[in-house]
Design a protein around this ligand. Sequence first.
Ligand code: CTP
Ligand code: CA
Length: 227
Amino acid sequence: HHFFDHNLPLKGKKALVTAGPTYEAIDPVRFIGNHSSGKMGFAIAASLVAQGASVQLISGPTHLDTPQGVERLSVISAQQMFQFAQDYFNKADIIVMSAAVADYTPVSVAEQKIKKHDDTFQILLQKTTDILGTLGKQKTDRQTLVGFALETNDELQNAKEKLARKNLDFIVLNSMRDQGAGFAGDNNKVTILGKDGMEEAFPLKSKREVADDIVQLIVQHQSAING
Ligand code: CTP
Ligand code: CA
């Protein structure tokens, strides 16, 4: 018998959220990074807590405060983020991967600061592990898995492909076209696609409101699969 609290529909559920950028070291003073602020993932973590979930946030480097009630683990590189996400994955009922994970990392990290020499300079990179894709292969029927997609062209088609390829329940497509939406700001405009064929384009909203929309779909999915 499960007690269902309508005010806290995710009570007793464990959630794993990744957020922010990763930094891939080049030498002791340099890295390859990206402009992700982490705001979207932190908002999702806060929204999940508000629905009663216990939330483990794995965050790359950001300037954000940890939301109330969220347990946070700080990481730097894609490899570290993968290791901690893999460790926590089996325990989690809900997994939301909003981090902007580096796709490539330097093959080797120089031990000393690299000096300038020639007019051009190349750094050899190798692919990182696709965290979401790897966890998607391990997903069980009781878990809700949510990914993000950032596309500049053929957005819907690319997002649908990622949804299927990574075995997700939902994918959140960030719109790059709209003023006031994106990485650094406080607002976002998304289209959410579901495994079951659902497709909903939301208006421009605050990241917290977008997070609440995503979490509402998670609540519905969890109650459909776990009763
Ligand atoms: N992702 C991940 N691990 C990676 C790369 C991406 O977990 N090494 C996750 C992101 O957190 C996001 C989703 O995969 O939820 C999609 O990220 P995106 O960069 O849009 O897609 P990629 O699969 O990396 O493909 P591409 O960048 O070539 O479009
Ligand atoms: Ca990528």
